[in-house]
Design a protein around this ligand. Structure first.
Ligand code: ZN
Length: 459
């Protein structure tokens, strides 16, 4: 069986490559049924209502069930819905960085110029060469933006505890309401800070910010997942400005007024607590925490599970594997355990509610597990080899798996999930159903990215 599945995975990967080429090239997808190539086309959605909803809104149904401070279930793991919102948020960060890279007004705001090089040719004529550092210079906008975001975060961080204090209910539980959700840039710094669990604990343990649940539901509501845009409620915008004295949307502020950068910086620094050397090193640390998230965010974008037809199955498996991963901390206390990407997303999601993460790791692993994302690659590769070995030893399964849409759909099919099909089709039939389902989801994503009308499923 294992062998058969491996060769099947290979076949799916090949099909997948062909379908991607077909989508990019002739924009008509061909899929293989019993080795006969057939063209597949989908009708176009004529109205908003006809458009497919990917991810399905059903995934987010249980977001409301976990509210307030987490004290009831000290060993609770994250839910599929929370992982889904987390992936939405990461995709929103990703799109913000892309938008920033391509923005011409922001080139102006950050003084990024394309400087073609003039070379004198032998015949005496001059030739203009493209500025080969232009892309690099455009990337620097992001670094500067992150620094501004860190200063803004520090102002907000100083004040948000007072706001949370006012939300205390009779049991002393606090929560962040949609009216006090921070702007995206501040949220991004808070998010990266939380993922450095040890540092966050050390600096926030006595703060209210440590005690609240991450506001999953409000973040989900703020994100338009057809475009990955984040929009705050009017009250949240006003509240942020009243609380911090800062403009709520840094990106728009910079884009509409290119001269605003120095002003924004001066304004932010003036409002932040007196800058000391310690503050300056915190600014640098927070900025590098955000920077270190970039490669993980890019990986999540490349896998794009949030748009995959196998999403629910992928996340369910990821959470199972994450809970096993936590068990390994208890069983192999001396081993450096390194997560795979699917485990990492569950792990990060857990860390975003720090009090829950603290109680859960204490209960499940016997101690608080620090998450340090600054370990060098060499340490990681030894750790990964050890983790593979102990995972296999304990659970008799492979640790590292391909987690592309195709392989995930195949796993879902073998688990009998309804994502793929009802009944018990033969492996060939199953293969073509999977291929067609994936092709459809890819076509939707392709159309979305190219601003084309979305295809809808055949009746
Ligand atoms: Zn695969």
């Amino acid at each position: 069986m294992a062998l058969a599945i491996n060769s099947y995975n290979r076949k799916l990967h090949e099909l997948s490559k062909e379908s991607l080429n077909a989508i990019k090239g002739v924009k008509t997808y061909w899929y293989n049924t019993h080795d006969v190539w057939k063209p597949t086309e989908w009708p176009t959605a004529a109205t908003k209502d006809e458009e497919p909803k990917i991810p399905s809104p059903d995934i987010f149904a249980d977001l409301t069930s976990l509210k307030g401070t987490t004290t009831d279930k000290p060993a609770a793991l994250p839910t599929i819905a929370q992982c889904a919102v987390h992936l939405e948020l990461l995709e929103t960060f990703h799109v913000l960085r892309q938008k920033m890279f391509w923005s011409i007004p922001l080139d102006k705001a950050f003084d990024v110029k394309e400087e073609p090089r003039i070379v004198h040719q032998r015949d005496g004529s001059e030739k203009k060469l493209k500025d080969d550092r232009f892309a690099e210079k455009r990337n620097e906008k992001w670094t500067k933006f992150v620094t501004l975001a860190v200063y803004r975060f520090l102002v907000w961080w100083d004040k948000i505890d007072g706001v949370l204090e006012n939300t205390k209910d009779r049991q002393g539980r606090m929560s962040m309401g949609s009216d006090h959700l921070p702007p995206l840039d501040v949220l991004m710094v808070w998010h990266s800070f939380l993922l450095n669990t040890g540092r966050f604990k050390k600096m926030n343990f006595n703060r209210n910010l440590y005690k609240i649940n991450f506001p999953w539901e409000h973040i989900h509501n703020a994100i338009d997942n057809s475009k990955w845009e984040y929009t705050l409620l009017g009250t949240a915008r006003t509240n942020f400005t009243t609380l911090t004295g800062l403009q709520q949307d840094l990106y728009s502020a910079l884009e509409t007024d290119p001269t605003a950068v120095p002003r924004t910086l001066v304004e932010t620094v003036r409002l932040s607590p007196t800058p000391t050397t310690a503050d300056q090193s915190l600014v640098n640390d927070l900025a590098s925490m955000v920077a270190r998230q970039t490669s993980f965010i890019d990986k999540m974008d490349r896998h794009l599970w949030i748009r995959s037809p196998a999403f629910a199955g992928t996340m369910a498996r990821s959470l199972t594997r994450y809970s096993r991963f936590l068990t390994l901390f208890r069983l192999y206390p001396g081993t450096m355990l390194v997560p795979t990407l699917d485990i990492d997303i569950a792990w990060h999601t857990h860390q975003l509610t720090p009090s829950l993460y603290l109680s859960a790791t204490q209960a499940l692993c016997g101690r608080f597990i620090n998450h340090d994302d600054s370990i060098a690659e060499t340490g990681l590769s030894t750790g990964l080899a050890d983790t593979k070995r102990v995972y296999r030893e304990r659970f008799c399964e492979d640790y590292e798996l391909c987690s592309c849409w195709d392989c995930e759909m195949l796993l879902s099919a073998l688990e009998g999930r309804h994502e793929v099909s009802q009944g018990e089709p033969g492996i060939e039939e199953l293969g073509s159903r999977i291929a067609e389902e994936i092709a459809y989801y890819r076509m939707v994503e392709f159309a979305r990215r190219n601003g084309k009308p979305l295809p809808k499923k055949r009746e």
